[in-house]
Ligand binder design. Structure first.
Ligand code: COA
Length: 321
């Protein structure tokens, strides 16, 4: 078995591996190699040394993609926090130690670049690659049902990291809940929809800039005060896999002074209504498993738990430390 870092001629190999590795229901499939290249190799921070392939002779049989989390201001990467953005081994080559070797090589790359820790799977809002083709709305972790992640990463010395719930609503199957205060809101509020991104960060543009997005705001009719905002992201690359049009809802936000009035719920249901009118069938949100307020918000709006995305963490120590 041989290992080497990325060459410019590799995307067709990686694209083929992606489709052969049985990545589970949260990985898009049936898209072109150009799309793969756009979402896996075209980011301004792509580093060929961080993407490492395993070969059996001429045949690529696995790869790992190491990168970094974003800094607190979302203006650059934080090279102290390593991430494993992707990892896969061809089914014919599993249980031969290739995954373990790929992870060890990715850790060496991260250590050399200055990382002190690594989070396999990235985490909510932290993975800078594969937005649009893995995870659904975003690659917030590795899909729990796709592999024996817990066993594999504990064999590699990792402990548990974060858990993100994929919450979904089928707009054709479920009716909107009737909530009295929401009827009142409808009389007093205006929905404003814009296709201009709001005041988005560099991190937003490098991950979502290539996808369709809209911003929604609820404002009071009289003074036009903002009471809730959110955005939707098109998930069209998943159509060949799922067979339906899907959209993700993210960044639902209510200003502190406007909380506990049901404005977030009013906004989510209003977005669902508009999407149903546009023949979108599935709506998805990613929520940290321990964020009770957000989980409650979406479950009241008839979203159901559809899957879990997991991460695993390890501290990295220099051999000379
Ligand atoms: C997870 C994955 C990468 C493991 O690759 P691998 O080459 O088979 O892993 P290794 O052979 O290095 O396994 C190392 C250890 O992990 C554990 N392990 C790996 N697979 C396991 C399984 N299916 N069940 C239980 N333990 C497992 C074992 O302890 C193993 O050591 P052992 O074989 O000596 O017992 C592989 O299963 C895979 O590609 N799955 C799909 C990937 C995916 O969905 N990626 C998301 C897209 S980015």
């Amino acid at each position: 078995m041989q290992f080497r870092s990325f060459h410019n001629s590799d995307p067709p190999r990686l694209h083929q591996l992606w489709h052969a590795c049985q990545l589970g229901r949260n990985a898009a499939e049936g898209f072109s190699c150009d799309i793969f290249e756009l979402f896996a190799c075209s980011q301004p921070y792509f580093d060929r040394e961080g993407l490492i392939l395993a070969f059996d002779g001429e045949r690529a049989v696995g790869y790992v993609h190491a990168s970094f989390a974003v800094n607190d201001t979302q203006t650059d990467l934080d090279r102290r926090q390593g991430i494993l953005s992707a990892l896969m081994v061809h089914p014919d080559y599993r249980r031969r130690g290739i995954g373990r070797e790929l992870v060890a090589r990715a850790e060496q790359y991260l250590l050399k670049a200055g990382a002190v820790s690594v989070e396999a799977g990235g985490g909510l809002n932290r993975n800078g690659f594969y937005c649009g083709i893995y995870g659904g709305l975003e690659p917030s972790g590795f899909c729990s049902s796709a592999a024996a992640w817990k066993e594999f990463f504990s064999a590699c010395g990792y402990g548990p990291g974060s858990e993100t719930y994929i919450l979904r609503r089928d707009l054709l199957q479920s009716r909107d809940p009737v909530i009295a205060k929401l009827l009142r809101h409808r009389r007093n509020l205006n929905l404003v929809i814009t296709d201009r991104p709001g005041n988005e960060s560099w991190w937003w543009f490098v991950r979502y800039g290539q996808l369709d997005s809209l911003r929604f705001e609820l404002r009071t009719r009289e003074k036009e005060d903002l009471v809730a905002s959110g955005q939707i992201i098109g998930m069209d690359i998943f159509i060949p896999k799922w067979g339906v049009r899907s959209v993700g809802i993210r960044e639902i936000y209510v200003p502190e002074s406007q909380r506990r009035h049901g404005f977030a719920q009013a906004l989510v249901l209003e977005i669902c209504k508009r999407l149903r009118e546009e023949s979108v069938q599935l709506v998805e949100a990613h929520v940290a498993a321990d964020n009770k307020a957000a989980v409650d918000l979406f479950t009241t709006a008839r979203f159901e738990l559809h899957g879990r995305l997991l991460t695993f963490r390890k501290s990295l120590q220099r051999a000379d430390a």
